[in-house]
Design a protein around this ligand. Structure first.
Ligand SMILES: NC(=O)c1ccc[n+]([C@@H]2O[C@H](COP(=O)([O-])OP(=O)(O)OC[C@H]3O[C@@H](n4cnc5c(N)ncnc54)[C@H](OP(=O)(O)O)[C@@H]3O)[C@@H](O)[C@H]2O)c1
Length: 332
């Protein structure tokens, strides 16, 4: 550390000395012990000091533009993207995580959690070895074009992953669907067209697509929306496949770590439920304010029962929340 300090330009020396002191102090009972954990933390802080750092809410963000082998670009660091960032940082504490957004509205929030924000677009500096695109399709006129730009920011090392949707599967009779089930043909629905065209951009660039079922967490998902309405004019027997946000993030990361090329995977919990079953469980759990009264619809298309056994076997992944029921603390 002291040799390092001597080499530092004056302007950074004071900051670095403070960091070293804080580093020593924060080791508590380990102060003076130059074990591997302490040493790596100390050097990381110093390296950050040489490159310029911002300390916000305890998170150290390096602003250097040199590319690290585990640096990650998250296009669309919203709910899922931020969970991915948190998990990725746990595995790669010294990586840089960039976040590209549609607006500057959340840039200060992102900086606080250690994500270096910018608006979406081509990176004028270096490409990044890991890119995950997890922005939804409804805030852009050219979703496939946005994926093309994201692909141009990928160095071709690591992984490029696009979080697509199981909506692309051509099934609306509550039937079973797996990774290889047929997709809605192009030209049949603008909603699925946009997703499939975006997937094609990704696959052609050597990236992978992860088709996610309905995402939920306690305060987000269809159950929250229906609960806020009380009564909903929709048929109760439509089957919905789901996956918890945390599990979608852990699966995305597991896929990225495999560095596969041009592959399609599915993310779901393999325990699909009807709308009615979802809301019965919400009422029964006692974990929510208010009571859901019911669904009043009688017609319209049904849903699908997604199964991702193939993805699980290949990636070696299992969800933390095996079902919405167990997530609520109820027995299955
Ligand atoms: N929700 C579901 O049930 C579901 C189901 C299947 C698949 N998915 C997919 O899962 C992914 C994650 O969903 P989520 O709920 O975490 O999304 P989210 O929270 O709505 O994502 C919002 C983030 O995306 C940014 N953004 C929006 N459009 C963008 C664009 N065209 N380019 C760059 N950034 C853009 C927003 O920027 P600002 O900060 O400027 O707002 C914000 O950072 C998405 O790809 C979604 O399509 C979701």
């Amino acid at each position: 550390c002291h040799v390092f300090l001597k080499k530092l330009p004056c302007a950074f020396k004071e900051l670095a000395i403070k960091n070293v002191r804080r580093c020593h102090a924060s080791q508590g009972m380990f102060a003076g012990y130059w074990g591997p954990i302490f040493r790596s933390r100390c050097l990381f802080t110093l390296r950050g000091s040489r490159q310029g750092v911002s300390h916000d809410a305890g998170v150290t963000v390096s602003t250097s533009e040199s590319v690290g082998q585990n640096d990650l670009l998250i296009v669309g660091p919203g709910v899922l993207g931020r969970i991915v960032a948190e998990k990725w940082r746990q595995e790669h504490p010294d990586c840089k995580i960039y976040g590209q957004t549609a607006t500057t509205d959340h840039h200060s929030e992102l900086t606080k959690i250690g994500i270096i924000p910018s608006l979406k677009g081509p990176r004028v500096d270096q490409k990044v070895p890991y890119v995950i695109f997890c922005a939804p399709p409804y805030r852009t006129d050219d979703y496939p074009g946005d994926l093309r730009v994201a692909a141009s920011n990928w160095s071709g090392e690591g992984s490029f992953l696009f979080t697509s949707s199981t909506a692309v599967y051509d099934c609306n009779d509550n039937g079973f669907c797996g990774e290889d089930s047929p997709c809605v043909p192009i030209g049949m629905s603008p909603r699925t067209d946009v997703l499939l065209k975006a997937e094609n951009v990704v696959l052609e660039a050597g990236g992978c697509a992860l088709r996610l079922a309905g995402l939920y967490k306690k305060d987000q998902g269809p159950h929250v929306f229906w609960l806020s309405k009380g009564t909903v004019d929709a048929r109760p027997d439509l089957i919905i496949s789901m996956i918890h946000y945390e599990d979608a993030a852990s699966l995305g990361i597991a896929i990225m770590k495999r560095r596969l090329r041009g592959r399609v995977f599915v993310g779901c919990d393999n325990q699909p439920l009807s709308r009615q079953e979802i809301m019965d469980r919400v009422n029964r759990s006692g974990k929510f304010d208010g009571k859901f009264e019911g669904f009043t619809g009688t017609d319209g298309p049904l849903g699908k029962r997604m199964d991702n056994s193939k993805t699980r076997a290949e990636i070696g992944w299992e969800p933390k929340y095996p079902s919405f029921t167990e997530f609520l603390g109820l027995s299955n």
